[in-house]
Design a binder for this molecule. Structure first.
Ligand SMILES: Nc1ncnc2c1ncn2[C@@H]1O[C@H](COP(=O)(O)OP(=O)(O)OP(=O)(O)O)[C@@H](O)[C@H]1O
Ligand SMILES: [Mg+2]
Length: 1048
């Protein structure tokens, strides 16, 4: 089967939950059977048919197709297959693509209505309790949920469609032995859609309400739900108003079946649902009250009792009930009383009133109850119709219709009466319609596909329909005649009439007409019809009464005057004044049925055939005998035979090719040519024999299921390879797409970046151009005052000077280099130079050690005194001044002691020249903090206090002569001291520093005059010569020859 695998995956667990099972199609086929009966190999075998149903039922697969007919088996448990997700799954999906479902039928019908623009109908049939009403509710729900848009009006229409169901069920359904919620009327509902496919209106036709239930119920059955709901659910106030008591036992019409409570029914809850639904479907408060008055009145009517009056006439004994009744019915009490106990006849234009006997009065009462309830039910349907009616202002006209027929299925009871006769007649008509339409569509399909018509053998039930409905000769006509016939007509006379007229008809048998064998199983009051679905014996008793359905004229008159709005609409005055006899029930039924047939004929039908699996209303039990019975009565085998007459399977080329194309290299992965050629290539590759299939114009027809199964199995075997190919291609595609995406993204980023970069570069170039122009202009105007023309240039020059300066700053104090500043920053440059120098000096000074500081101080002093003054100074700079030129052991201790507390701070060897004669004498010159001393070995020869030291004279040459000038008045001194020393600059510097007489050094280039004792003077002359020489010269001067220094 095409969707075997998909279906196998969706099986139901014992708990009713969907479980996914991965199985090969073949195993699944063995286990869950085929999802379309046309694929049954042995399609003529009823056993195979039932076995397939059973297998599927066990797996909770309650739906199976026969072509486009849906067979549904009541699961008697809630399956989780009706959720919104399921609805969505079936939306827009073809039948064969997914497992069978009521939603598939709903959706296909809906789509056919929209695409083919033809009205559709769904015919739901099956015996009581098989699930017809449930199916129709599921379909309605599907339309309400899936096709309703958010639009307010539509949504409320959807609501009204859905809400009409509980109301209709409350008034028209009852608990029977076969079904706790059995619909006791036939229902045909139209849903109208607008051009957008949204429901815009609805209309209900009701058929043959089982009115007898109002007054009588079989054991174990109940009256219509509404009575129990009212008593259980109605609040105290309401019950008081209606003069009702809560217990159903109090009412004769509710006790016949002896079954007021049923575990599966919650009357209280249902009452709430009904009272909630009534306003939704347009009931005003008063209307609800009047409706309940009617329901209450029926209950009271049931309790009306009769007795014998004083004169032997029939009288009403329940006064209170009578009072309540007339009040609730809104009629005059005494008129009603009379009408219930008397009969009014009109004979030859004259009114005659005759009293009723005890039994007749009871019948009249029951007839009134039935009439009141029955007509109210019809009124209710009309009221709902008004509420569902197409709203002109919203939508001008409906663009499509879907009809839903939920009608009683074929009924065969122990005792079959008038109702069963009508019901089975209805089914006979529907079967006729089914055969006609199926065969017609089959034939049409063959014709459009250009395939030769293959004759289908089937049983045409026209003969039975005629037997029932033919004018003058049919059963209904005979019944009518018998009812109208003057004289004593009774059920038996009717039977005799039937025998007289129909005797010999192949489908009609009575006890009298039957052969011995049949006669044994028939009573004398029965006639048997050989329906298409089987034989049914009907008991004629009650046929005439039920057909007559007569309500006494005076009761009608009373009811016409009711001030209850509902009843006054139900009982029209014309009915009483009109002389014409109203139509009998059977004729009425026949006519409405024929109208229904016309309605259905004008539409394209879909079928849902419901089967109930057991009589116990229990889940999981599959009673084969019962199912076989239904399969037969529903004519399912006939269905299948017609459908399978030609070909088991047909599918549009594209669908067939799409599914099986992996099986042939030429069609895989795609067939680009004509579809028919593709299918032909494919089936040739698969080795189909010519007798196994035919190609139509748009469809392939396969004769045997086994051909298809073989193909399906081949596909199953091929799937891993196909999956691999698909996976590979998909992955390739995905990666390519990803690569493309990335590449495109890269290109976008790249171009954006390149654009940005180019823009930046252009901007920079532009700016650079501007800059260069400003620069050049600035250069031209550089000598002018600071102005806009040269501001940039000048700033730049300044800035770059400062910037470069940072790099070229002199690194040491000795480095006197400094970049030449542009004119505009000369002053700043000067400041900076100074600042920098100060900074370097500061840094330098901070780094100097104390000894070195001392050294430098001395050197500075030396420099201040001698720099560029004395020739030998330059040579002395590089030589460090020493702390002392004498080692401590060189100084005589005794001499030191003579110096007293003064500590020798410096010592040097000097040559002292006598003031007269200039005789050189070696001496040690020792310096203390307050005086200088000349020492000759152990003896201090002269002490010169610094205080007394006037000045010191040296020559400008490279000699080592220096003269210490001392004041003459000091008698202890013998005059100035002439000394020579190798380190004259060091020695003189030390003396002046210690003495604090830095400014008292005289440097003379030519000669030095010095004082000799007692006012006399000596002179030292200095001249240049080849070598240093000190000698006594002319005129008694000391002549010092000093060599020039080459590196001055
Ligand atoms: N699809 C379903 N899923 C679950 N339960 C179901 C389903 N169909 C029917 N039933 C059960 O079966 C019961 C009888 O179904 P329903 O009332 O639809 O029967 P029917 O064919 O309309 O009978 P009748 O001819 O007496 O009106 C329902 O009340 C419900 O409990
Ligand atoms: Mg029903």
């Amino acid at each position: 089967m095409v969707q075997q695998c998909a279906e196998a995956q969706e099986t139901m667990g014992a708990e009713g939950r969907v479980r996914l099972v991965m199985e090969s199609a073949l195993t699944a086929r063995d286990r869950v059977g085929v999802q379309d009966f046309v694929l049954l190999e042995n399609f003529t075998s009823e056993a195979a048919f039932i076995e397939n149903l059973r297998r599927r039922f066990k797996e909770n697969l309650i739906y199976t197709y026969i072509g486009s007919v849906l067979v549904s088996v009541n699961p008697y448990k809630d399956l989780e297959i009706y959720s919104k997700q399921h609805m969505q799954r079936y939306r827009g999906v073809s039948f064969y693509e997914i497992s069978p479902h009521i939603y598939a039928v709903s959706d296909n019908t809906y789509r056919a209505m929209r695409t083919e623009r033809r009205d559709q109908c769904i015919l739901i049939s099956g015996e009581s309790g098989a699930g017809k009403t449930e199916a129709s509710k599921k379909i309605l729900l599907y339309y309400a949920v899936v096709t309703c848009t958010a639009n307010d009006h539509m949504a409320s229409l959807g609501d009204r469609l859905l809400q009409s169901t509980p109301v209709l069920e409350a008034f028209g359904n009852a608990k029977t032995l076969r079904n706790d919620n059995s619909s006791r009327f036939g229902k045909y509902m139209d849903v109208q859609f607008d051009f957008k496919g949204a429901p815009v209106g609805g209309h209900i036709l009701n058929y043959l309400l089982e009115k007898s239930r109002v007054v009588h119920q079989n054991h174990g059955e109940r009256n219509f739900h509404i009575f129990y709901q009212l008593l259980q659910g109605g609040d105290d106030e309401l019950l008081t108003r209606l003069h009702l008591e809560r217990s159903p036992q109090k009412y004769h019409y509710l006790v016949k079946g002896n079954c007021p409570r049923v575990s599966s029914i919650n009357d209280k809850k249902d009452w709430k649902a009904v009272t909630k639904a009534l306003p939704v479907i347009g009931f005003a408060e008063e209307e609800v009250q009047e409706l309940l008055n009617v329901i209450g009145s029926v209950l009271h009517l049931g309790n009306i009792q009769f007795g014998e009056g004083q004169d032997g006439e029939t009288d009403i004994t329940t006064e209170t009930q009578m009072h309540y009744l007339s009040k609730l019915l809104g009629v005059d009490g005494s008129a009603l009383r009379d009408a219930l106990t008397h009969k009014k006849l009109i004979a030859k234009g004259e009114e005659m009133i005759s009293p009723l006997n005890f039994e007749q009065a009871g019948s009249a009462r029951d007839a009134l109850a039935k009439a009141v309830y029955g007509r109210t039910f019809t009124w209710l349907v009309e009221k709902i119709n008004k509420s569902l009616a197409l709203q002109d202002e919203v939508c001008h006209s409906s663009k499509g219709l879907i009809g839903l027929l939920d009608i009683y299925g074929f009924e065969v009871l122990q005792h079959n009466s008038f109702e069963q006769f009508c019901i089975n007649y209805c089914n006979e008509k529907l079967q006729q319609l089914f055969i006609e339409l199926t065969l017609k569509s089959e034939q049409e399909e063959y014709e459009t596909e250009g395939i030769a018509w293959e004759t289908v053998q089937y049983f045409d039930n026209k003969i039975i329909c005629d037997l029932i409905e033919e004018k003058h000769k049919g059963i209904i006509s005979i019944l009518d005649d018998e009812c109208l016939r003057p004289g004593e007509a009774c059920d038996i006379s009717f039977l005799e009439k039937l025998e007289d007229t129909l005797g010999g008809h192949a489908h009609f048998v009575t006890h009298k007409l039957a052969n011995g064998k049949t006669r044994r199983v028939m009573s004398r009051e029965e006639f048997r019809l050989l329906h298409y679905a089987g034989e049914v014996n009907y008991n004629v008793s009650g046929f005439l009464d039920k057909n007559n359905d007569m309500l006494n004229r005076n009761l009608k008159e009373v009811m016409c005057q009711s001030n209850n709005q509902i009843l006054s609409q139900c009982f029209r005055r014309e009915e009483v004044t009109d002389q014409k006899r109203p139509e009998m029930a059977a004729i009425q039924f026949k006519n409405s049925l024929n109208k229904l047939m016309e309605i259905l004929m004008s539409k394209e039908p879909s079928y849902v055939r419901c089967i109930k699996p057991n009589d116990g209303k229990t889940s999981g039990r599959f009673d084969e005998v019962l199912v076989r019975h239904q399969v037969k009565y529903l004519g399912l085998m006939e269905n299948l035979r017609v459908r399978r007459a030609g070909f088991a399977y047909r599918r549009r080329f594209e669908a067939f090719l799409q599914r099986y194309k992996p099986l042939c290299p030429e069609t895989w992965p795609n067939w680009n040519g004509v579809l028919a050629d593709g299918v032909s290539t494919l089936v040739k590759h698969l080795g189909y024999k010519p007798e196994e299939y035919k190609l139509g114009r748009s469809k392939i027809f396969i004769r045997f299921p086994k051909t298809l199964f073989a193909t399906e199995d081949a596909l199953e075997a091929k799937k891993p390879a196909v999956a691999l190919t698909l996976q590979t291609s998909w992955r390739g595609y995905r990666e390519r797409a990803k690569y493309k995406r990335i590449r495109n993204a890269v290109i976008v980023i790249q171009s954006a970046w390149r654009g940005t970069r180019a823009r930046r570069r252009a901007k920079r170039r532009r700016e650079a151009g501007d800059l260069i122009r400003r620069f050049i202009k600035g250069f031209i105007y550089r000598h002018q005052e600071y102005c806009p023309e040269n501001d940039y240039f000048l700033d730049h020059v300044r800035f770059s000077f400062l910037k470069n300066l940072r790099k070229t700053l002199p690194k040491s104090v000795l480095d006197k280099s400094w970049p030449t500043p542009p004119p505009s920053v000369t002053e700043a440059s000067e400041h900076l130079w100074r600042l920098n120098m100060k900074n370097m000096v500061l840094k330098f000074c901070k780094r100097i050690q104390p000894e070195w500081r001392k050294q430098l101080e001395q050197k500075v002093v030396a420099s201040e005194i001698f720099k560029e003054q004395k020739e030998s100074y330059a040579q002395s700079v590089a030589k460090l001044f020493l702390g002392s030129r004498l080692e401590s052991e060189q100084i005589n201790l005794k001499a030191v002691q003579t110096l007293g507390n003064e500590k020798v701070q410096y010592g040097a060897l000097v040559t002292k020249y006598d003031r007269r004669g200039f005789k050189p004498r070696p001496r040690q010159l020792l310096l203390t903090s307050s005086f200088a001393a000349l020492v000759d070995r152990t003896k201090v020869k002269q002490r010169i206090d610094y205080m007394t030291l006037r000045s010191i004279s040296v020559s400008s040459r490279s000699d080592g002569i220096f003269v210490l000038h001392i004041p003459n008045e000091d008698n202890k001194q013998k005059g100035d001291v002439v000394l020579q020393c190798e380190h004259v600059i060091e020695v003189v510097t030390k003396i002046v520093m210690m003495a604090g007489k830095v400014n008292h050094v005289n440097i003379s280039p030519g000669s030095i005059t010095f004082a000799v004792a007692r006012g006399k003077e000596g002179i030292i002359d200095f001249i240049g010569g080849p070598e240093l020489k000190v000698a006594k010269g002319k005129k008694g001067h000391l002549l010092v020859t000093a060599p020039p220094l080459c590196n001055t």
